[in-house]
Design a protein around this ligand. Structure first.
Ligand SMILES: [Zn+2]
Length: 218
């Protein structure tokens, strides 16, 4: 089974070279992606494939439940490299429906170390407790996956890396998306944030829109 992966790789590299003989040679000299993707580890949400980009076009960081936490040196280092060095134009925070990390937080399932990791999502659940009590039980998971996108995008906008980029007027937009593993489609939860002063308004507008969407469901 594992040998098949190596065979797949040979075939893939040959196909790419057939279309562009210099592809790998050009790519090996430098990377100039315009996008930085922060997504979930879930195997059904592969960044390059779902946004139709080739190697070299998107810088990627993935963790369970696409969490942005200032204390996470891994995520923040990737963000800093993407923004300060690669000078990406867009930072995309992408969650997905049916996220196991979000659902583990909702159902209080214990998995030792993962419990610590999803602590931030448990805090989000507590923050929106009142709203959650009004959502149909069947819709809670979808609702929370979108709220998680809003909250993590908000945290992303408040990181030192993004704030300093905006302060020096570096053009970088932050986006919050959710992906449907059931239909392969992306939806904008937060269309874009381009400036420090827009953060609160975008947060409020996105939360209102998501709340209205789910509160209107029977
Ligand atoms: Zn997930």
């Amino acid at each position: 089974m594992i040998d098949q992966l190596l065979l797949n790789n040979r075939r893939w590299a040959a196909t790419v070279k057939q279309e562009n003989p210099n592809f790998f040679i050009e790519l090996s000299k430098q990377q100039t992606p315009k996008f930085f993707w922060i997504g979930c580890c879930d195997s059904r949400v592969p960044a390059n494939q779902i946004i139709g980009l080739m190697p070299g076009e998107v810088f990627v960081h993935r963790n369970i439940a696409n969490i942005v936490n200032n204390a996470d040196i891994n995520c923040i280092s990737a963000l800093q490299y993407a923004v300060d060095v690669l000078k990406v134009r867009h930072v995309i925070l992408c969650g997905h429906y049916g996220c196991g990390g979000v659902e583990a937080a909702i159902h209080g399932e214990g998995h030792d170390i993962i419990d610590y990791w999803i602590w931030d999502i448990k805090a989000i659940l507590t923050r929106h407790e009142k709203l959650l009590s009004q959502i149909s039980p069947d819709a809670v998971s979808h609702f929370m996956c979108e709220v998680n996108v809003i909250e993590q995008t908000y945290e992303l906008c408040r990181t030192k890396v993004i704030r300093e980029a905006w302060q020096r007027e570096q053009p970088v937009s932050v986006h919050g998306w959710v992906y449907g593993i059931h239909d392969g489609l992306l939806q904008e939860v937060i269309p874009h944030v381009n400036h420090q002063t827009d953060i609160e308004q975008m947060y409020d507008a996105a939360l209102t829109a998501v709340s209205q969407k789910y509160l209107s469901q029977p």
